[in-house]
Design a protein around this ligand. Structure first.
Ligand SMILES: Nc1ncnc2c1ncn2[C@@H]1O[C@H](COP(=O)(O)OP(=O)(O)O)[C@@H](O)[C@H]1O
Ligand SMILES: [Mg+2]
Length: 358
């Protein structure tokens, strides 16, 4: 049986805001959640039925966790492969190991995307200074160097505009395996949040348009200011990705759009609920979090329609200390992640504004 009915228990690896919002959505549908996270005081613990505080390498704790749940999922893509294997040996793991393997390594990810028939920026792998010179000859400038693994919010990346920029690349990539990508002269960044259920049904949310500030997502607007053709093509591309991964759950697909040619280039995929899908909590019939729970429990997927024009804004660092303006705004829905330490750039909450279409 692959269907898990309300009353069942969902295991979530990772206890951050995504795990927290997944647990809230699961509770709404009558499921209990068991959160596994190495950090005490994780935001998701506050809203879950059960917690395990243990390292991802602790196979005894992982086995107990897996055996206590009907299905396990994760809120971050850097779940170690051995951790995923231990969990998968003891319960259903959705999405499966393939999605992790592909999204953890930018080189594997690009190869996978191209094989799935989806366009990416041109790229070359490098590790040493010599490889870098050879890669730079092929890709040219401007280009972007990125570590193959563990990059997020622009970390481990270097934009190369001049020969001089090349000199510091190996410092930025920390001498680890990396790729050099051609710089895409995009007009806008969009993302598609798409769900695929255990039964193979697929549903994409309307395309969101994303603005990053200091490499961190600042706002998402729906609808995106793209043509109907680009909107439809972006959804088809995201669906291709979900099908090629044999995916179960919600996946976020980040893309660049070049307006003059209607070209869409996939940047990266996140095998989980995604920050650029937070607008769905107040702005869509079904939220991305509910949709992920539906998909991994093999319930019918929910309606992805938008309720109107929506804006999501992230609250970073000390933004969270001044919520009164948002609380007083009758059009704002405030989401606080329950984190205590408002470090600069840390995702502390978000606000959604929905202008309803009557
Ligand atoms: N090849 C590229 N061309 C142009 N801009 C890029 C390119 N790669 C990354 N960027 C910019 O940097 C941001 C972060 O890069 P991304 O690969 O998504 O890494 P992260 O894992 O940090 O989100 C992108 O959202 C985009 O704004
Ligand atoms: Mg990104």
């Amino acid at each position: 049986m692959t269907r898990i009915n309300p009353g069942g228990t969902i295991g979530i690896m990772g206890g951050g805001q995504l795990g927290r919002m997944l647990a809230l959505a699961a509770a709404q549908l009558g499921y209990k959640c068991h959160i596994y996270c190495p950090e005490e005081n994780s935001p998701a613990f506050q809203v879950a039925d059960q917690k395990t505080v243990a390292a991802y390498e602790n196979e005894v704790a992982l086995t107990e966790f897996a055996q206590s749940v009907d299905v396990a999922t994760y809120e971050f893509e850097n779940v170690p492969s051995q951790t995923a294997a231990v969990v998968a040996a003891n319960t259903l793991l959705r999405p499966g190991a393939k999605a992790l393997a592909v999204s953890q390594d930018r080189l594997v990810e690009k190869q996978f995307l191209n094989e799935a028939g989806v366009e990416t920026a041109p790229y070359e792998a490098f590790h040493t200074a010599e490889d870098l010179q050879a890669a730079f000859k092929k890709i040219g400038r401007p280009s972007v160097a990125k570590t193959r693994r563990f990059g997020y919010d622009g970390k481990g990346q270097k934009l190369i505009k001049t020969q001089k920029d090349l000199e510091v690349v190996l410092d930025v990539t920390n001498n680890t395996p990396a790729i050099l990508e051609g710089f895409v002269p995009f007009d806008r960044e969009i993302s598609v949040i798409v769900a695929r259920s255990a039964s193979g049904d697929v549903a994409a949310f309307p395309v969101g348009e994303n603005v990053h500030t200091n490499h961190i997502l600042d706002t998402t607007d729906v609808p995106a200011t793209v043509s109907d053709r680009v909107e439809a093509k972006a959804k088809v591309m995201a669906t291709k990705v979900a099908n090629a991964l044999d995916y179960v759950g919600v996946v976020g697909v980040e893309m660049f759009v070049i307006d003059s040619t209607s070209q869409i280039i996939v940047n990266e995929i996140a095998p989980r609920v995604h920050n650029s899908g937070h607008w769905t909590m107040d702005g869509a019939v079904t939220s991305q979090f509910e949709q992920h729970i539906r998909a991994i429990c093999d319930l019918p997927l929910g309606n992805t329609g938008a309720l109107g024009t929506v804006r999501m804004k992230n609250l970073l660092g000390e933004d969270i200390l001044d919520l009164d303006g948002y609380f007083a705004d009758p059009t704002a829905s405030v989401h606080h992640y329950g984190k205590h330490d408002p470090r600069p750039g840390r995702k502390m909450g978000h606000v959604n504004w929905v202008k309803r279409q009557d």
